[in-house]
Design a protein around this ligand. Structure first.
Ligand code: SF4
Length: 399
């Protein structure tokens, strides 16, 4: 029998100290009274997967949210105890925890280290005080420096910093200054995202009412290009549309690439637990024998906790993915990996067909427009394709 491939485990903590006005993640402020119940429910959901996923090794864990670092030490320990009780972890398992610079100190970092966390992802967003205020963040610039120093002192040697660009009227000089300050810290990894006005967020309503200007796509594109050149000059490899890491320039994926997110981009398997978490498995579940499935949990926290307690399913949707859609998703996700792209061998092994057979016409048209390129090993975006990414990715999805 073939060994089943490893999978990633995502654990969603749906709590924040305060909700940022641009954020549409499934996370809530003011639910401190439910922290303990949620932790117990997460343990309950993990226990449900013990038997169906027996024999699978977990190669990465990502504890995200929300703000996992709002939890107490004992609650974090309970989550790790549930992981250990229900899953078999790879010896070199990458274990990432998101951390908000306003909710951490050296003791919290020491706890995370002791529990096995070996990678941190900090939501910094900006080094400009007025931008942090606009984004409604609970931390200031000094908090970031203190948190970063405390993380290093606690022994973290693999740290990602998240930033947001493309704020209305953002000055390129301010963005460059933010990048410079980030580079002075020398993190192993950087994630840069443009500000998106998500429906039904406070930011959306401010824009609707004319209180805030719509972010300008051209400005965002200029700031993105500025970041690409600035980070390349500092020795960071852009291995994904929004992600840069330090590491060997000769390899497809730098040493400090986020291995958990690579699972998503490679269209591999992951299990998500917690309210609103999504999962994707393409190898047969021992129980159901299903071929390729994706499902998502219900979002509201109280309902999730109640259903776990009562032994009820927590899935809000559950769908089988047809082979044509699965192949399109492998292209759409894999092309985000700028260096690795979609390896021909992996595509064929995953789908049982050659990428040129399935997508001959799409590849030809996109190459004619200089948006895609390929060789005998892989299909990749060109620099022109990178700037029009979503248009390229969409070409592979069925109508
Ligand atoms: S801290 Fe992060 S997850 Fe929480 S509301 Fe702000 S952006 Fe959303």
């Amino acid at each position: 029998m073939n060994e089943l491939p490893a999978l990633g485990l995502y654990i969603h903590i749906p709590f924040c100290e305060r909700k940022c006005p641009y954020c549409d993640f499934n996370t809530y402020a003011g639910l401190e009274s439910r922290f303990q119940d949620l932790v117990a429910a997460l343990a309950g959901e993990m226990a449900r997967w013990r038997e169906p996923l027996r024999g699978r090794t977990v190669s990465t864990i990502f504890i995200g949210g929300g703000t996992p670092t709002v939890l107490e030490e004992a609650q974090l320990a309970q989550i790790f105890a549930a992981v250990d009780a229900n899953f078999q972890l790879a010896a070199d398992c990458e274990i990432t925890c998101e951390a908000n610079p306003g909710t951490v100190d050296q003791a919290k970092f020491a706890t995370l280290r002791r529990l096995g966390v070996n990678r941190l992802s900090m939501g910094v967003q900006s080094f400009q005080p007025q931008e942090l205020a606009f984004l409604g963040r609970i931390h200031d610039v000094a908090d970031v420096h203190n948190a970063f120093a405390a993380a290093r002192a606690a022994g973290f040697d693999n740290i990602n910093l998240d930033f947001i660009f493309g704020l209305p009227h953002q000055a390129p000089d301010d963005w460059e200054n933010t990048l410079d300050q980030a580079l002075q810290l020398a993190p192993e990894h950087l994630s840069l995202y443009s500000l998106i006005v998500e429906p039904d967020t406070p930011l959306y309503h401010w824009v609707q009412r004319g209180q805030v200007e719509t972010p300008d796509d051209d400005l965002a594109a200029d700031l993105y290009e500025l970041a690409i050149s600035r980070l390349a000059g500092a020795g960071y490899l852009q291995y994904e549309v929004s992600n840069w890491a330090r590491g060997d320039g000769g390899s497809e994926t730098p040493a400090y690439a986020c291995r958990h997110n690579l699972i998503y981009w490679r269209n591999d398997d992951y299990l998500g637990v917690g309210p609103g978490a999504h999962s994707h498995l393409h190898t047969p579940l021992q129980q159901s024998g299903a071929s390729e499935r994706r499902w998502g949990n219900r979002k509201p926290v109280p309902g999730y906790i109640k259903r776990i307690r009562e032994g009820e399913p927590v899935e809000e949707f559950d769908e089988e993915i047809e082979p044509r859609l699965a192949m399109g998703e492998t292209m759409m996700l894999g092309l985000r990996l700028l260096r690795e792209g979609v390896p021909r061998g992996r595509f064929a092994a995953r789908h049982g067909r050659a990428v040129d057979d399935v997508f001959a016409e799409e590849l030809r048209q996109l190459a004619e427009r200089n948006l895609l390129t390929w060789d005998e090993h892989r299909v990749r975006l060109t620099p022109e394709g990178l700037l029009l990414g979503n248009r390229v990715f969409g070409a592979f999805l069925p109508d």
